[in-house]
Design a protein around this ligand. Structure first.
Ligand code: GLN
Length: 487
């Protein structure tokens, strides 16, 4: 088997036994990137030299007996995490040449844990999108079918993991951007509780919703990566000052006797029938593991998408005001005066979807509309969170599909923003409520495309969710199937 296809857990066992070196592993990954990235476009930049140097250093540390949990494991970062040694573009022309002067906390923590960062993955511009088609660097192809999207906005990370261009990757999730692409590419992806992982140095889209998390080949790997990423950070005022549990150790706990809520509102008519069938089959597996399922109600679910697009756009319009062409972003040529510099730099630097969000956000925050839209959305956000609170008084976790459909075709939803926004109908409520949620593969449709399901936990309930996901993967092998890449 190609070493690049290994999970983090399997590769670290081989590294520990001395049956594989980090250099060999990293070379295998770099070779895979060279052969397949021209077709997939999953990476915006690859740091071959830096990765090989880090791999050699990891092997040396291992020889000295100084290992940390990720020593020598090659992973990829979504190009939204600042890296001092590599450009950080956020998928935008605005930041096409941005070399950050510092590392994100996530970057630093992963490096300290010993990870080898092979490159930065493609993404929707400023993480706005569900298909990776808004990237300035071109669309990413889904490795299961190159005519389809990998989902978004962490589509590059999802495609890279699914096609073995890295062992695991990091994504971000504001409204579904880890879970929806994980689902469409047949991998596991975890959005942690808001505040569990530091946002410092993670380029801001909607600050009250953004959260970084692992995208991996197994739930076990998600626990391993989360362990390295999570924790309080004084540099992020919204980070939670709570100790980090031992996620990988807790995975081994029995799930028998746990209660899983099934919300009727998440099993809607517009859903692809095979998605429903796959989730129904997963429920049977959970029953066989000694888990009880109970109906729960999340009555404000239908308001999640409009509420999200008001709040996320409002925050984006404020966060993106900093890109003015003066300090570090794209600057237009030969500006006549300062106003002209601002106007033209922003007009040239941002793509159409980002402009749509800035306009929408500015509108809902403007005086006269603030109460009708923004303030109202904040109230509905509370009701959505209250629905989940009530559900978690009865159950340990909630089970839903991750996405109403499997991977759609490139171009299929680009002309209709509302259609695109509905891709995240099952993932967005979780962000509004700040909860942890895991997507993991649970089937394939008739075209052979992966289907994902979502396990949602209470605040800081990463462990129960990971335990349930891991138990499911011990009992099934959907997570072992791999795409065969053909034109
Ligand atoms: N697709 C959603 C949006 O376009 C969510 C994106 C995300 O989670 N970053 O806003």
């Amino acid at each position: 088997m190609d070493a690049a296809a290994l999970t983090l857990a399997a590769a670290s066992r081989l590294l520990a036994k001395g049956e594989l070196s980090s250099l060999e592993l990293t070379q295998a990954v770099l070779h895979r990137i060279k052969t397949l990235n021209p077709r997939l476009n999953a990476f915006i930049s690859v740091d071959e030299e830096g990765a090989l140097a880090a791999a050699r250093q990891a092997d040396e540390q291992r020889r000295q007996g100084e290992t940390t949990p990720l020593t020598g494991l090659p992973i990829a970062l979504k190009d939204i995490f600042c890296t001092r040694q590599q450009k950080t573009t956020c998928g935008s022309r605005m930041l096409a040449n941005f070399q950050p002067p510092y590392d994100a906390t996530v970057t630093r923590k992963l490096q300290q844990a010993g990870a080898v960062i092979v490159g930065k993955t493609n993404m929707d511009e400023f993480a706005m999108g569900s298909s990776n088609e808004t990237s300035w660097f071109g669309p990413v192809k889904n490795p299961w079918d190159l005519t389809r999207t990998p989902g978004g906005s962490s589509g590059g990370s999802a495609a890279a993991v699914a096609a073995d261009l890295c062992l695991a990757a990091i994504g971000t999730d504001t409204g579904g951007s880890i879970r929806q692409p994980a689902s469409l590419c047949g991998i596991s992806g975890l959005k942690p509780t808001y505040g569990r992982v530091s946002r410092f140095g993670m380029i801001a889209f909607a600050s009250s919703l953004d959260q970084g998390g692992p995208m991996t080949k197994s739930v076990e790997d998600a626990a391993i990566l989360l362990q390295a990423m999570a924790g309080h950070d004084a540099a992020d005022a919204t980070s939670i000052p709570q100790p980090v549990p031992d996620y990988p150790a807790l995975l081994q706990q029995s799930v028998s006797g746990m209660r899983l809520g099934i919300p009727a509102e998440y099993f809607t008519d517009g859903m692809q029938p095979e998605v429903q069938q796959a989730v129904d089959a997963a429920i049977q597996i959970f029953h066989s593991l000694g888990i009880t399922t109970v109906p729960v109600s999340l009555p404000h679910t239908s308001y999640a998408v409009p509420t999200y697009y008001i709040i996320a756009s409002a925050e984006a319009s404020s966060n993106l005001a900093r890109y003015d062409g003066v300090r570090f972003s794209h600057r237009c040529q030969e500006a006549k005066d300062l106003a002209d510099l601002y106007f033209r730099s922003r007009a040239e630097g941002f793509g159409a979807e980002v402009k749509r969000r800035i306009m929408l956000g500015t509108y809902v925050l403007s005086s006269g509309y603030y109460d009708a839209y923004y303030r109202k959305a904040q109230k509905v956000r509370r009701l959505i969170a209250d629905d989940f609170d009530a559900a978690f008084r009865q159950v340990d976790a909630v089970l839903t599909p991750t996405s109403p459909t499997t991977a759609f075709r490139i171009g299929e939803r680009t002309d209709d923003p509302v259609q695109m926004y509905l891709s995240d109908i099952f993932t967005i409520g979780v962000n509004l409520a700040g909860l942890p949620a895991l997507s993991l593969p649970c089937g394939r449709d008739q075209a052979g495309l992966p289907i994902g399901m979502q396990l949602i936990g209470p605040p800081l309930g990463e462990s129960p969710v990971l335990q349930l996901g891991h138990a499911f993967q011990q009992a099934t092998d959907w997570h072992h199937s791999k795409p065969v890449i053909v034109e």
